[in-house]
Design a protein around this ligand. Structure first.
Ligand code: GLA
Length: 391
């Protein structure tokens, strides 16, 4: 059964047979380039994907959110006006998955937006912990639903910022804006170039003759959260040191390659490695987008390979399984480039592959990865899709 059908049939079972008032589709995302730079004010190039969270929503006259997570067969009811304590109506702690809707409700109310009660069922096919932003997909699904129920107006970017705030302050994960941005603003057949400082963004057309392949190592993130926060701290330290030497530096995005070479000796060695990845990745992303606009897919693919190298050797967020997947992919016919995608430490790799070679690529990559690791991967060709919306 598809995730959408699961949501609909579960809704009927849970809420007395009536159909939902509406259904929200909210996609996951894959990042093509610009990794670990969103919290350094850099440039990212994600695309929303054709895997999504689906939320079937019914109106409810009280201030209660009665939510079911169909995939894990759990339900929770909380009062949308009393989210601060992170408890359900019976005063018990909310389960982990419910922190996302409760956090979104909390943040929307803080922003003085009306948050109505709802009966809702959530299901989806974005794998969790795979680096494809299953949590941002859930957050945006609820934000779009509450916007619809409340009849207020906010753009996709504004919803993304509110959801990021919910994740940072309520759930306690200090992510940047990329994931929520991509889930909110995705466009079919396009990647999205976002300037994480100015928040200006533009769609970048993906050539029809290339396929995006997502290769899930099936290794799940371990230590992801604390290591992510360590990387952020290293970037903040590097920024402080560069800013003391170079007026005008507010984030690592402001440090050029020449400035980096001149002042890197001031940084502790590990901090210098982290910062070098960020400085290179910022320049690389802008140059690669130019290449893509010139239809130079080979140059774009090379930038993906280079990105994986610095993520592995300098930023140190890869792992054995991701390296095995990426190096197998890079050696196959038709592959322009491959790299880890998302925060790293497990999860997925992304490859850009000639569309005509994609089917063979997927089969052969699965075989080689399994031979190298003993793990059975999940490898799919994916299409860039629209952002979170009522369907
Ligand atoms: C996670 C975060 C994003 C971003 C990536 C790394 O997905 O949620 O904000 O920092 O890691 O690029």
């Amino acid at each position: 059964m598809t995730a959408l059908n699961t949501t609909l049939s579960h809704f009927k079972k849970s809420f007395g047979g009536a159909p939902p008032a509406f259904v929200v589709r909210s996609p996951g995302r894959v990042n093509l380039l610009g990794e670990h730079v969103d919290y350094n004010d850099g440039w990212v190039l994600p695309a929303a994907i054709d895997r999504a969270a689906y939320l079937a929503v019914g109106r409810c006259p009280s201030a209660l959110a009665s939510l079911s997570a169909a995939d894990i067969n759990e339900s929770v009811t909380f009062r949308v006006t009393e989210t601060a304590a992170k408890q359900n109506v019976a005063g018990q702690p909310l389960p982990g998955w419910a922190l996302y809707p409760a956090g979104v409700a909390h943040t929307l109310r803080e922003a003085k937006l009306n948050v109505a009660g709802m009966d809702a069922v959530l299901a989806g096919d974005v794998p969790r912990g795979a680096g494809l932003s299953s949590s941002a997909a859930v957050e945006l699904a609820f934000a779009v639903a509450w916007r619809e129920l409340g009849g207020w107006v906010k753009s996709g970017m504004e919803l993304a910022q509110l959801c990021q705030k919910a994740e940072n302050e309520y759930v306690g994960v200090h992510c940047g804006l990329m994931d929520q941005f991509a889930c909110a603003n995705g466009q079919a057949n396009h990647a999205l170039l976002l300037d994480c400082r100015t928040l200006e963004w533009q769609p970048v057309a993906l050539p029809a003759e290339v396929a995006i392949v997502i290769a899930d190592t099936t290794k799940r993130r371990e230590l992801g959260r604390s290591e992510y926060n360590n990387r952020r701290a290293a970037c903040a330290e590097a920024t402080r040191i560069f800013a003391a030497a170079l007026p005008g530096v507010r984030a690592l995005r402001d440090v050029s390659a020449a400035d980096f070479d001149r002042y890197a000796h001031l940084l502790p060695p590990e901090v210098a490695k982290r910062a070098r990845h960020v400085v290179e990745e910022c320049a690389r992303t802008l140059a690669a987008v130019d290449a893509l606009r010139r239809d130079d897919v080979a140059a774009f693919g090379q930038a993906m390979n280079d990105s994986h190298r610095t993520l592995r050797d300098l930023y140190e967020v890869s792992c054995f399984e991701l390296d095995a997947m990426v190096s197998a992919a890079q050696k196959l016919d038709g592959c322009y480039g491959a790299r880890l995608t998302g925060a790293g430490f497990g999860g997925c790799a992304v490859a850009l592959v000639a569309a005509s070679a994609a089917a063979d690529f997927v089969r052969e990559l699965a075989r080689r990865y399994e031979a190298a690791t003993g793990l059975t991967p999940e490898i799919t060709v994916c299409n860039a899709s629209a952002g979170a919306t009522i369907i």
